[in-house]
Design a protein. Sequence first.
Length: 123
Amino acid sequence: MGVLRKEPKNQDIYLRLLVKLHRFLARRTNSTFNQVMLKRLFMSRTNRLPLSLSWMIREMKLPGQENKTSVVAGRVTDDVRVLEEPKVKAPRTPHSHTKPYVRSKGRKFERARGRRASCGYQN
């Protein structure tokens, strides 16, 4: 029998920010969405199963789902059978200019690898 997690084991600061936001919203609002999102953010990577793109498209085509926004707390896998993909917004994509949430903004802090071509690679 497992133990219910109260916080994620991962030390990722972006995940911690999401947990802080959804914990506040789950406490202050009476919507179950924020409670479910908080529970899913606590899950380990093996329990956060990936979602296929075709499954998401099929669910969003159901009646009454036209103007709704779908939120996934995990990975969305590509499906080669889908010919036309709907417009999707995804965070942390290359060239999106999303700034990292860091305490120190000096020369050595998240400014080298992955940010400039001369230091390994650049996204």
